[in-house]
Design a protein around this ligand. Structure first.
Ligand code: IDP
Ligand code: MG
Length: 240
């Protein structure tokens, strides 16, 4: 079941609820029937039982407004649960533009590569991390000879910290970024196109689901992240 259909049905259901609450009975009935039809289309295949009720509600005569209203709540609950479940499933990754990328004026360039791909920005801020914070972020590299220098560098200036959301965003985000060493990054990747040496490779990206979760938690408070449906999503996701 495509998330697109889920979302459009949820939107239809929201309209339905709004319409059924309306004090203007005539308008409410007309709108409820229209949105009932939309919900039926969206539900067909996913919840045929409920959808068939909606279709009957759409075709019926005197009772149609009543049926639409009566079914609004269970369907709304069903669809909103589906939507919540999808939102919970949607992958998120932590991406940071390091001080070299910020100082070189590459923020817009980097943001646009993720945005143009179809990923969704759900959190962004500019911070100067302390060395202690940088050490926490790079804790898995603490035994490497470059660890101290790397943490000095990360805490040397503003970093643009971001959370991006989308299907496959963790793995594909790493593809957009390119190999750690820009000399080995393919042209077309961020590091391949915009950086030259490993010590100044301009961007960080989580390397797996666990790291993504830990890094998002380290850099962002939950209330700094926004859940929303982008208008472009119905054109980015879909199954034919
Ligand atoms: P990644 O950023 O591609 O995930 P990691 O191996 O996790 O690469 O290393 C984290 C960061 O440490 C790199 O992005 C780079 O800035 C730095 N780094 C990695 N290897 C070296 C090295 O050999 N010399 C200096 N810095 C390095
Ligand atoms: Mg890494």
């Amino acid at each position: 079941m495509s998330s697109q259909i889920c979302r459009s049905a949820a939107r239809a259901v929201r309209s339905l609820l709004t319409a059924s609450r309306s004090s203007n009975a005539v308008l409410a009935e007309g709108r409820a029937v229209t949105t009932a039809a939309a919900a039926a289309v969206a539900l067909r295949g996913r919840a045929p039982f409920i959808a068939s009720f909606y279709e009957r509600a759409e075709c019926g005569n005197a009772s149609r407004g009543w049926i639409s209203g009566a079914l609004a709540l269970p369907v709304a609950v069903y669809m909103l649960q589906e939507q919540e479940a999808h939102a919970a499933e949607m992958e998120r990754t932590f991406i940071a533009i390091k001080p070299d990328g910020v100082q070189r004026g590459l923020i817009a360039e980097i943001v646009s590569r993720f945005e143009r791909k179809g990923f969704k920005l759900v959190g962004i801020k500019v911070v100067v991390p302390s060395k202690d914070f940088a050490q926490k972020h790079y804790h898995d590299l603490k035994d490497r000879p470059f660890f101290s220098g790397l943490c000095d560098f990360l805490s040397s200036g503003p970093v643009v910290a971001m959370v991006w959301e989308g299907e496959g965003v963790i793995k594909y985000g790493r593809k957009l970024i390119g190999a750690t060493d820009p000399q080995k990054s393919e042209p077309g990747t961020i590091r391949g196109d915009l950086a030259v040496v490993v010590g100044r490779n301009i961007i960080h990206g989580s390397d797996g689901p666990e790291t993504a979760k830990d890094e998002i938690k380290l850099w962002f408070k939950p209330e700094e992240l926004v859940s929303y449906i982008s208008n472009a999503e119905k054109w980015i996701y879909g199954v034919n």
